[in-house]
Design a protein around this ligand. Sequence first.
Ligand code: HEC
Length: 108
Amino acid sequence: MNKNLFSTVIPGIFCILYACGNGSAPSNSEKAGASAAAVNYTNECSSCHGRSGNLMMGGAKDLTRSVLSKDEVVAIISGGKGMMPGFKDKFSAQQIDELAVYAESLRK
Ligand code: HEC
């Protein structure tokens, strides 16, 4: 009886500790970050860049054709460039990072 209890309870505990069956699925916070970035992009960026990144309003670069590195994109989003305002006072470093990932995801 005791032995039986162990063989069912112990694997159950391991399962809880290591979140079994949830291996490579994105965590909830990653999903939340991605959808928050999509909302921030729509609100703050799409007026110049467009929902799909290729509106090019007022000289805005076509994000679908951007070849910049992630670091360069982060730098432009935080500090601005040319006619583009910087967003470091509006967004946290984490939000800017997520916006950079989002902007890169618009590339074709
Ligand atoms: C007022 C219009 C405007 C807004 C709002 C704006 N941008 Fe821009 N963006 C520009 C312009 C203009 C450039 C080109 C800057 C240059 O190279 O002179 C640019 C360039 C960029 C680039 C560099 C692309 C490349 O390959 O050179 C990225 C990335 C970018 N914007 C992302 C964003 C994101 C993300 C947001 C929202 C947080 C945003 N932009 C908001 C106008 C805007």
